[in-house]
Ligand binder design. Structure first.
Ligand code: ASP
Ligand code: MG
Length: 425
């Protein structure tokens, strides 16, 4: 007997037939004797529709943002999950499974006060566990929502039901958290770019965190952070598989990708995956004074204006007086960033500011890099071999990122993918 959390995303509950199919997946685990809590998203497209309604509602003059009253935004957009949790509970009952729906406030899932992008602070799993143990009842939890310190519904940011699932798994001390989605696992790279991409059997939390932040949109980044902190073994698997196909109920090795502690990965490859993030823009400040406080003068105002800065490259100045600083921002924020920096010209003290759109960041990820030399050199050689120019480079212990022209994005991904032998199993 195990305790399992099963999470189903929007495409998996997109209509009544699919909800019925989800119920069959759940029944399979219940019939195997496991204790199960389910977390559901809203039906595909529902949350977008709800956000659109908030957006298009006439508001007090000057308020355009859907978040202008974030409490009401939350009251509205959290409703999609309320519907699917009830529907799935009914579908389960029709299959003879004892099931009950739960909204975030009923459990309760307590969050901080950041309406619209709240963080979970605490989950009381006592009642869910009691019902599992004493009544064999399946809890069907509405994802994406909790209750804030103001006693109002709070949502967790788009894609937040992944985070709900991992948090519930930690809260009820589940053995495993299964994320059922429209892909059958995590791949070495985007299979639409490189058809030879392979599904990974396992990936370490740290690596998945990098993959998720770099555009592999399988899981909400926060859910991976949470899984890492609480060491929740998380499986990514497909909800479109036949619920009763052989191996589906395998407790240790279900089909899909396991995201787990690196200690669980025996044969660690040097490189695990290649990720990319499009729509990057670059800003260079030329001949900036080389003295304390200059970086703070640049990045402070950008942060205050909620501009997310990514790669930052600063050179050591030749004569100790002036240097160049280059960094990237999402293309959508470029104009705002240029305006902010323009206003700060005197405070920062740069000579010229230059910018460029249409860039992409391609990253090589793998915890095996920590103990292997030459990983970066191979990437640079491979890219050079294809005539791809690198504009900026950053590295961390487990990642090498290069900034290149968007036109070469796909070629770069495929080149790096084969350079590390990821296309061969
Ligand atoms: N329904 C929410 C969204 O679309 C939460 C989720 O699906 O994870 O963002
Ligand atoms: Mg999702």
């Amino acid at each position: 007997m195990a305790r399992i959390v099963m999470k189903f995303g929007g495409t998996s509950v997109a209509d009544l037939d699919r909800i019925h199919n989800v119920a069959r997946h759940v029944k399979r685990e219940v019939d195997a004797g496991h204790q199960v809590a389910v977390v559901v998203s809203a039906m595909a497209g529902k949350t977008n529709e709800l956000v659109g309604w908030v957006q298009n509602m006439p508001k007090v003059t000057g308020a355009n943002s859907p978040f202008y009253d974030a409490r009401e935004y939350d009251a509205i957009v959290a409703s999609g999950e309320q519907v699917t949790s009830g529907l799935l509970a009914i579908a389960l009952q029709s299959l003879g499974v004892n099931a009950r729906s739960w909204q975030g406030w009923q459990i309760p899932i307590k969050t901080d006060s950041a309406h619209g992008a709240a963080r979970i602070e605490d989950i009381d799993g006592t009642e869910l566990i009691r019902r599992m143990e004493e009544e064999s009842q399946v809890a069907v939890v509405a994802g994406f929502q909790g209750i804030g310190p103001d006693n109002r519904i709070a949502t967790l940011g788009r894609g937040g039901s992944d985070t709900s699932a991992v948090a519930i798994a930690a809260g009820i001390k589940a053995d495993r958290c299964d994320i059922y989605t429209d892909v059958d696992g995590v791949y070495t790279t985007d299979p639409r770019v490189e058809p030879k991409a392979r599904r990974l059997k396992k990936i370490a939390f740290e690596e998945m965190l990098e993959m998720a932040s770099l555009g592999a949109k399988v899981l909400q980044v926060r859910s991976v952070e949470l899984a890492m902190v609480h060491k929740v073994r998380t499986f990514v698997r497909s909800s479109f598989d036949d619920p009763d196909a052989p191996g589906m109920g395998d407790l240790m090795n279900p089909p899909g990708t396991l995201i787990c502690d690196e200690d669980e990965i025996v044969e660690q490859e040097v490189v695990t995956g290649i990720a990319y993030a499009k729509d990057e823009a670059q800003i260079s400040l030329r001949r900036v004074a080389d003295r304390p406080g200059v970086s703070a003068a640049i990045f402070g105002p950008l942060a205050e204006n909620h501009i997310n800065v990514d790669m930052i490259v600063q050179n050591i100045s030749e004569d100790g007086s002036r240097t160049d600083i280059t960094f990237t921002v999402p293309s959508g924020d470029l104009d705002k960033a240029m305006a902010v920096l323009g206003k700060q010209k005197d405070a920062i003290g740069y000579d010229v500011i230059q910018s460029e759109r249409g860039l992409v960041k391609v990253s090589v990820i793998g915890i095996g890099m920590r103990s292997h030399a030459g990983v970066a050199a191979s990437a640079f050689q491979a890219l050079a071999g294809k005539g791809i120019n690198i504009k900026a480079i950053t590295t961390s212990e487990i990642k090498i990122s290069v900034l290149i022209d968007e036109a070469y994005a796909e070629l770069a991904v495929r080149t790096l993918h084969s350079c590390y032998g990821l296309d061969k199993s």
